[in-house]
Ligand binder design. Structure first.
Ligand SMILES: [Zn+2]
Length: 144
């Protein structure tokens, strides 16, 4: 499941490719790496939001105005084929609610097992995808 949820990096709005950058913050106690997406063209220098996970950084970049939006509906696990924009919007909102409920449930159950952690990770990733889908839809309808 997690594998097929891995996002591709959208092109920069300047037309250049962008790549994922890992940043090791060695200052202070927290040594967790941070991630962001940056345009390969140094003159352009556009960057996405800094995030704690690589996939989060990619989806933040994809949802931002710095990157190009794909023409096709981007969320891999949502079938929006043949739906109107409004129907797609409702579908995304429903899925997002469902996702958030499941996350709350898992957290509330105080379940720290490996499979629960994996499921939580997958749910967070799905949630980020759904947010991206909503942004994508808003941008597309704004352009029409
Ligand atoms: Zn660029």
């Amino acid at each position: 499941m997690l594998q097929e949820l891995k996002p591709e990096i959208n092109f920069c709005s300047c037309g250049c490719e962008a790549r994922l950058v890992k940043e090791n913050t060695s200052s202070g106690k927290r040594r967790k790496p941070k991630y962001f997406v940056a345009c390969l063209d140094e003159v352009c220098g556009k960057r996405g939001k800094v995030s704690s996970f690589p996939w989060q950084a990619i989806l933040e970049w994809n949802a931002g105005e710095e990157s190009e939006f794909p023409d096709d509906f981007p969320v891999p696990f949502v079938n929006a084929f043949g739906l109107t924009n409004d129907e797609t919007r409702q579908l995304l909102a429903r899925k997002r609610n469902h996702c958030e409920e499941q996350i709350q449930k898992l957290k509330g159950a105080n379940n720290n097992g490996a499979s629960a952690q994996e499921k939580l990770k997958s749910l967070h990733l799905q949630l980020d995808w759904l947010r991206y889908g909503q942004t994508w839809l808003d941008c597309r309808t704004a352009r029409l």
